[in-house]
Design a protein around this ligand. Structure first.
Ligand code: AMP
Length: 176
């Protein structure tokens, strides 16, 4: 039995209307992070069923994915790999661009972050249109990662992001 219910976690997510721009309802997870019992509960749910020893690298997406990804890697005792916005990583990178509502964005990963065949778990706070996760997935496939799963705290299912992530196992704890 997990120590915190998903309903309790959901009640602690703050909905902020019109941030960062009009029409967007921002899912603010900082109240969850600020409560140690809830943060630990999120980690227990995110890692439910993930076998210790079954993951080589946890990948977290810039920036809130780092919070859950780093905690997960420490719990699992495996490596952590940051996928960052273009221009932030100091070493040689692979880059992948993707379309936003207006313009485009680019994510990057170090070329030596993952070895071919390493088993990878991808974590992020929220799956919206799936553009960020799909671009990250393309980077990981370039590196030869074996994708074990992609897990999100929140999924905005009405945006259909899951359809852009192929046949990989996608899990979300809270769906809107
Ligand atoms: P997308 O590429 O559209 O799936 O957007 C995913 C990224 O944008 C995630 O890393 C989220 O952190 C952030 N994001 C998108 N929409 C929201 C939202 N409504 N509330 C909070 N974060 C969001």
């Amino acid at each position: 039995m997990l120590s915190v219910s998903l309903a309790e976690i959901e009640r602690s997510i703050r909905n902020v209307p019109d941030f960062p721009k009009a029409g967007i309802q921002f899912k603010d997870i900082t109240p969850v992070l600020a409560d140690g019992r809830l943060f630990r509960g999120v980690m227990e749910h995110l890692l439910a069923g993930v076998p210790i020893g079954g993951i080589d690298k946890v990948v977290g997406i810039d920036a809130r994915g780092f919070i859950f990804g780093a905690a997960a890697a420490a719990i699992l005792g495996c490596g952590f790999v940051p996928v960052r916005k273009k221009g932030k990583l100091p070493w040689t990178t692979h880059e992948q661009s993707y379309d936003l509502e207006y313009g485009s964005a680019t994510v990057a990963v170090h070329v030596d972050a993952i070895r071919p065949g390493e088993r990878v778990l991808l974590l992020d706070d929220l799956l919206a249109t799936g553009g960020t996760a799909a671009a990250t997935l393309a980077l990981l496939e370039t590196l030869g990662a074996e994708m074990v799963g992609m897990r999100f705290l929140i999924e905005l299912a009405f945006l259909g992001g899951r359809a852009r992530l192929g046949n990989h196992p996608v899990t979300a704890l809270i769906t809107y």
